[in-house]
Write a protein that binds this ligand. Structure first.
Ligand SMILES: Cc1cc2nc3c(=O)[nH]c(=O)nc-3n(C[C@H](O)[C@H](O)[C@H](O)COP(=O)(O)O)c2cc1C
Length: 265
C-alpha cells in the first residue's frame, strides 16, 4: 500500500494482491478498505491472550502422539474448535484451499483402517517380490522405493497387528480428520500438514489427543478406495490426516529431542 498526495492509501500493485489482509491488519488508523474484507472482517488482537515464549514451548514440548483413547466420542463442537485452529493456518499464496472430511462413523473408520492395513500388507509382499519390485522401479522414484523398503518391518507389524484383531492404523480413535485439496496448488502437502498440526496443538490445549495419519495418507496416494469412501473429488488428493480422541493416558514428562543441527553463516 502506498499513500498518495491526499494521504489516501492505494494498492501499489493490485494485480499481485492475494487478499492476505496485511494492509488492513497493519493500518493504525483503520484507513484501508479492501473488497475481500467486508465489515466485521477485522478484529483487534488481544495481546493478553497471546502465550509467552515459555508457554508456547511448554505446549509444544508436552504435545505427544496419543494412541490410546477412552470410548468417549469427540463432540461436534470440539471438532469445530479444533478445525478453527486448522483454518487459521498459513497457506502458500494465501489460497486457503485445504478442505476437511471428519469421519466418526464406526463402520467408516473400520473401513479406513482395514483398507490401509491391506494396502501396506500388499505393498510389503510386492516389495519382496523381484518382479513386482522391478515394476515399482518404473512407477516410483528410487527414494520412494528406498524409504518403503526401509519401512518393511513396520508394514509387517501392521499386517501382524491387524490380523490379530487390533487396529495399528487408527488405534481405535473415535474421530479422524482428513485434509485434502486440489492437486494444482502450490505446496498442497505443506498446507494440509501445517493446518493439521495447528489442529493437533489446539486439540492438545483442549485436553484432546491424537496423531498424524501417515499410513492413511500414504495409502490414499496409490489406492483410491479411501478417498472414494470419503467422497473426495477426483481433482483433489489427500495430503494429511489427524486421528483425534480423548486420551486414556497422560504424558506427565517431556523428553529431550535430538540436538539442533544448524549452520550459522
Ligand atoms: C507426517 C507424519 C506422519 C505420521 N504418521 C503416523 C502414523 O501413521 N501412525 C502413528 O501412529 N503415528 C504417526 N506419526 C506420529 C509420529 O510417529 C510421532 O509424531 C513421532 O514419533 C514423535 O512423537 P510425538 O508426536 O509423540 O512427539 C506421524 C507423524 C508425522 C509428522
Amino acid at each position: 500500500v502506498r499513500t498518495d498526495a491526499t494521504e489516501t492509501p492505494n494498492a501499489a500493485q493490485p494485480e499481485l494482491c492475494i487478499s492476505c489482509g496485511h494492509c488492513l491488519a497493519i493500518c493504525p488508523a483503520d484507513a484501508v478498505t479492501h473488497e475481500s474484507f467486508s465489515d466485521g472482517s477485522v478484529t483487534p488482537v488481544d495481546m493478553t491472550l497471546v502465550p509467552s515464549y515459555a508457554q508456547t514451548l511448554e505446549l509444544l514440548r508436552s504435545r505427544r502422539s496419543v494412541r490410546l483413547f477412552t470410548d468417549a466420542p469427540v463432540s461436534r463442537e470440539d471438532v469445530g474448535r479444533v478445525l478453527e485452529a486448522a483454518r487459521l493456518a498459513p497457506t502458500a499464496h494465501n489460497l486457503q484451499e485445504v478442505r476437511y472430511v471428519v469421519a466418526q462413523d464406526k463402520t467408516l473408520l473400520a473401513a479406513i483402517a482395514k483398507t490401509t492395513a491391506a494396502y501396506f500388507t500388499g505393498l510389503a509382499k510386492q516389495l519382496r517380490n523381484p518382479v513386482a519390485r522391478g515394476l515399482y522401479r518404473l512407477a516410483l522414484t528410487r527414494s520412494e522405493i528406498d524409504s518403503a523398503t526401509h519401512m518393511l518391518p513396520d508394514f509387517d507389524y501392521v499386517a501382524r497387528e491387524f490380523n490379530a484383531g487390533r487396529d495399528p492404523i487408527l488405534h481405535n480413535a473415535p474421530c479422524v480428520i482428513i485434509a485434502h485439496s486440489r492437486r494444482s496448488v502450490n505446496f498442497p502437502e505443506a498446507n494440509a500438514s501445517i493446518a493439521l498440526h495447528n489442529a493437533a496443538l489446539a486439540a492438545h490445549a483442549m485436553g484432546l489427543g491424537g496423531f498424524m495419519l501417515g499410513y492413511v495418507t500414504g495409502a490414499c496416494k496409490r489406492d483410491l478406495t479411501i478417498p472414494r469412501l470419503l467422497g473426495i473429488p477426483s481433482s483433489h488428493e489427500v495430503y494429511a490426516g489427524l486421528a483425534l480422541g480423548h486420551p486414556a493416558n497422560n504424558f506427565t514428562k517431556w523428553i529431550r529431542r535430538k540436538p539442533l543441527e544448524v549452520r550459522w553463516q
